[in-house]
Write a protein that binds this ligand. Structure first.
Ligand code: NVA
Length: 396
């Protein structure tokens, strides 16, 4: 069933492309990326079209602050005004990238209003497709759709299937893959934990997190692509709420035979979800670490032994995230690196911009704060299709 184009003015894969039933072939299109800092040539930028706040679910409850209205009564379509403001930011970002010669694609239209129902669960609506980074994991010449833990995000990959199909037909070396689909039934979560969660103090949630107890259990294979940090041959995966140990074992078993080395990272963080506002590669030899989320003991060693410098990120400009936002103020360090010397930073994050300047980067300010509530910052809002460069061994 097709979805009204009026509700999805920014979506790609227009109908005329689909009507023939034959995927469009784009000459010269190539899928390949091994890290987050080599020269970016082709990227997907998310859209805020027709986005919904879903009912809370067991995994999302752990992420949403206890006092947030999103815990309960706020489920429903986001206001048109907020959707338009977010799209203005995202479209401006896409235009900036295109102005620098980078190819930009946008996700396709999916009816997020539809109730998400499987034999195991049912939830009010989908989420949306502003943060492609959470769902799509580009590993060399392949793109993998991740097995995410929020029930509302179960069908999010559908927004990419037409684009990915096009990539598959256009690049004869490109492989499109899907991780095992999780069930996300009540058995997949510690329901007692979820019920107790909102009554726990920050100290208690931190203690649980340091014991590596999360609302997700090991029943399903779970990971979000945004928990995976790619550094050439070495892949670092954050264990936390959205990625369980079974997910990390799956990533290991899938990619290590291809020559990658997979490492697990844990941070002292109340809500460990998505590594890209916690520990971010800036260029070969340089990492940016969230000063409030230190690595577990012993986990800096691989970086230090290989002469990688770890610098602490500057303080965010804001004391609170925007209303109805799932993320923390540390989206300040969630940037998009265009090459070893150029970085896109949210335009209000003055301290973070100054830090990049001192580190020798040309900083491109981008207005994105009005899109934060739709799924995160500049890194979240994108997914790599092509970066120049090869699969380097930085940790020999
Ligand atoms: N854990 C993150 C997610 C942002 C990408 C946060 O700081 O909210």
């Amino acid at each position: 069933m097709s979805v009204s184009n009026d509700l999805y003015p920014n979506a790609s894969a227009p109908l005329e492309r689909k009507e023939s039933g034959v995927p469009h072939v784009r000459k010269g299109l190539k899928v390949e990326s091994y890290n987050d800092f080599d020269p970016l040539k082709h990227v997907i930028v998310g859209i805020a079209d027709n986005q919904y706040i879903p009912e809370a679910c067991p995994a999302s409850n752990e992420k949403i602050p206890a006092d947030s209205p999103m815990r309960g009564g706020k489920a429903g379509r986001r206001t048109q005004e907020s959707i338009d403001q977010a799209n203005e930011c995202l479209n401006g970002f896409a235009k900036l990238l295109e102005g620098r010669g980078i190819i930009v694609d946008r996700p396709g239209a999916v009816d997020w209003n539809a109730r998400v129902t499987t034999p195991d669960f049912s939830i009010s609506s989908g989420f949306g497709v502003m943060p492609p980074r959470d769902c799509l994991l580009t590993m060399g010449k392949s793109i993998l759709m991740a097995p995410m833990s929020f029930r509302s995000r179960y069908f999010e990959y559908l927004a990419f299937t037409d684009l990915l199909r096009e990539y598959f037909e256009s690049d004869q070396e490109c492989l499109i893959e899907q991780a095992p689909r999780p069930r996300l039934s009540d058995d997949s979560f510690r329901m007692d934990y979820v019920a107790a969660y909102e009554f726990l103090s920050d100290e208690e949630t931190m203690a649980r997190s340091c014991r590596k107890e999360y609302s997700t259990r090991e029943t399903d294979i779970l990971f979000d692509a945004a928990d995976v940090m790619r550094l050439g041959k070495d892949i670092f995966v954050q264990h936390g709420l959205t990625t369980n140990l079974a997910g990390i074992r799956w990533i290991k078993r899938k990619y290590e035979p291809q020559g990658y080395r997979v490492h697990t990272l844990s941070f002292k963080d109340n809500h460990p979800i998505h590594i890209d506002a916690t520990f971010c590669p800036l260029r070969p030899g340089l990492m940016l670490l969230n000063p409030h989320r230190p690595l577990f003991d012993g986990q800096r060693e691989i970086f230090e032994k290989n002469d990688w410098q770890i610098v602490e990120a500057a303080q965010p400009a804001w004391d609170t995230p925007p209303p109805l936002c799932y993320s923390s103020t540390w989206l300040s360090m969630n940037t998009l690196i265009l090459d070893h010397k150029t970085v896109c930073v949210e335009a209000t994050e003055t301290a973070q911009m100054e830090q990049f300047d001192k580190l020798g980067f040309n900083v491109l300010p981008v207005n994105l704060r009005d899109a934060y509530a739709f799924g995160g910052g500049l890194h979240c809002a994108t997914a790599d299709v092509l970066r120049e460069g090869t699969c380097e061994d930085y940790f020999a």
